[in-house]
Ligand binder design. Sequence first.
Ligand SMILES: NC(=O)c1ccc[n+]([C@@H]2O[C@H](COP(=O)([O-])OP(=O)(O)OC[C@H]3O[C@@H](n4cnc5c(N)ncnc54)[C@H](O)[C@@H]3O)[C@@H](O)[C@H]2O)c1
Length: 256
Amino acid sequence: MIGGFIFMVKDKVIIITGAASGIGKETALKLTEGGAKLVLSDINEDALKTVLKDVEKLGGDAVIKKTDVAKKEEIQELIDFAVEKFNTLHGMFNNAGIGAMTPFLELGEEEYNQMVQINQNSVFYGMQYAGKKMIELGIKNGVIVNTASIYGFVGAAGSSHYNMAKAAVVSLTKSGAQALTPQGIRVVGVAPGFTKTAILEAAPDEMLEALKDAHMRGHLLEADEIAYVVRFLFSDESRAINGSTVLCDDGFLAFK
Ligand SMILES: NC(=O)c1ccc[n+]([C@@H]2O[C@H](COP(=O)([O-])OP(=O)(O)OC[C@H]3O[C@@H](n4cnc5c(N)ncnc54)[C@H](O)[C@@H]3O)[C@@H](O)[C@H]2O)c1
């Protein structure tokens, strides 16, 4: 098929966490266009229902499950639910996350622990539980994608706990790949630059304005630009990428 698009995610069953908004939502739409079957999860069930309608408008096959990724038993329930619905599982997108804008010296224990729970531990349990399930099912071309961040590669005094958790995601992606690849499961990461989603709503306008110039094209990224890369990472066409985290940052880190 010269000049056409080969949908290498067709019929793959993929779970997305944080699917109600931003990068997770756009990835749901792009994977649907590619023919994947989706289990959409988020803590925000109302917004999840709207995304489901958008997926169905595209002719997609998806189900939703309210999940708080801070609770590891809910991650297990989500994975069991996916297999109950579709009888198999090929992919897990550990994407749900929260942002942070608290200066280092003011960061308290509660906020610190919440960050670790949501942005870091959920990725570990998502990888471990989905990995175990895919092994049990005998899946030989499984893929786990974790959402890291450019902030996983640098520090920031105003979001130290966020950066720490994202650095952990980069590290877990490497270890997860080493642990799961012998069983047929690839583990990769995606590291977005600043992307126009709800997570940036708390950031002051002046800060966002200044951040535009840190990206080579002079503007913030769009969520669908990240989603295209995630879809590629779930496809067999990206099988040479394993254990690494792909920067989608329009050059942000290239000239830091
Ligand atoms: N937008 C950016 O600039 C940017 C940059 C780098 C990395 N990221 C990462 O991308 C991922 C997606 O964020 P986004 O930019 O699409 O933001 P977003 O706020 O639009 O989406 C995040 C989603 O995660 C959900 N969520 C939050 N806590 C949850 C929990 N405990 N359990 C389940 N769901 C929960 C939210 O309800 C929301 O739907 C996050 O991991 C974020 O850290 C975003």
